[in-house]
Design a protein around this ligand. Structure first.
Ligand SMILES: NC(=O)c1ccc[n+]([C@@H]2O[C@H](COP(=O)([O-])OP(=O)(O)OC[C@H]3O[C@@H](n4cnc5c(N)ncnc54)[C@H](O)[C@@H]3O)[C@@H](O)[C@H]2O)c1
Length: 199
């Protein structure tokens, strides 16, 4: 029997997701379901996943790529196709501040749909961990001394992107308190690096 942990990573073909795949492949023996919409407007790219798999052929048997736009719920049939999951790492999001200022409504809807559909899925499958990847931007500007914000600081978003990330956090916390979701939230600062879109 296969006792290896299975992890579902959403937003897997995004700028951070692709490095998360590499990190998991290099540092664990987990099997990975790499979920993404691969919709052009969502900024994911299947090429990123195929590139790292070509460069590291031994990873391929451990990675199951799963196409799903999280504006729609994960159906019962898809739950079966995904199979058993121990850990959920929820990275899927639109992530451009300026994009959220230029056209807030579709931006916010996408981010809220993602968390609602992922929380509904998690409530059904009961993972060991649900990690919600959030941003320090939910707290607004950095502190005057540049030392960052403490956990549970006041939420004071500066734009529709950070406001909708704060909504994701609030909904996830409500599932923790109402349904015992085993939740971890990270409030990461800006990341940049290889394979990121130039903007
Ligand atoms: N990049 C940063 O500096 C930074 C900082 C803090 C937090 N974050 C958070 O980290 C996570 C990843 O950020 P990133 O920079 O890799 O973003 P990215 O835009 O490069 O990747 C996001 C991924 O989510 C996918 N996605 C978007 N909408 C989707 C949907 N409806 N269904 C399925 N997949 C969908 C995209 O296709 C893409 O692959 C996000 O949650 C973001 O808010 C990013």
């Amino acid at each position: 029997m296969n006792n290896k942990k299975r992890c579902l990573l959403t937003g897997a073909s995004g700028a951070i997701g692709i490095h998360m795949i590499a990190h998991i492949m290099q540092n664990t023996d987990w099997e990975l379901v790499a979920l993404d919409s691969f919709v052009k407007e969502h900024k994911g790219s299947f090429d990123r996943i195929s590139t790292i798999c070509k460069e590291n052929p031994s990873w391929t048997p451990r990675i199951q790529v799963f196409y799903h736009d999280l504006n729609a719920p994960i159906t019962k049939r898809e739950i079966q196709q995904i199979g058993h999951i121990d850990y959920i790492l929820n990275l899927a999001s639109l992530s451009k501040v300026q994009g959220s200022i230029d056209d807030p409504a579709p931006f916010v809807r996408n981010i809220i749909n993602i968390i609602l559909n992922m929380l509904t899925y998690a409530k059904e499958i009961k993972p060991e961990v649900f990690l919600q990847f959030s941003t320090d931007e939910v707290y607004g500007a950095d502190t005057k001394d540049g030392g960052g914000h403490p956990e549970w600081d006041v939420i004071l978003p500066s734009n529709p992107y950070s406001a909708s990330k704060a909504c994701q956090e609030a909904l996830a916390i409500s599932y923790w308190r109402s349904f015992g979701l085993p939740l971890i939230i990270t409030n990461t600062m800006n990341n940049f690096g290889e394979m990121q879109v130039l903007e």
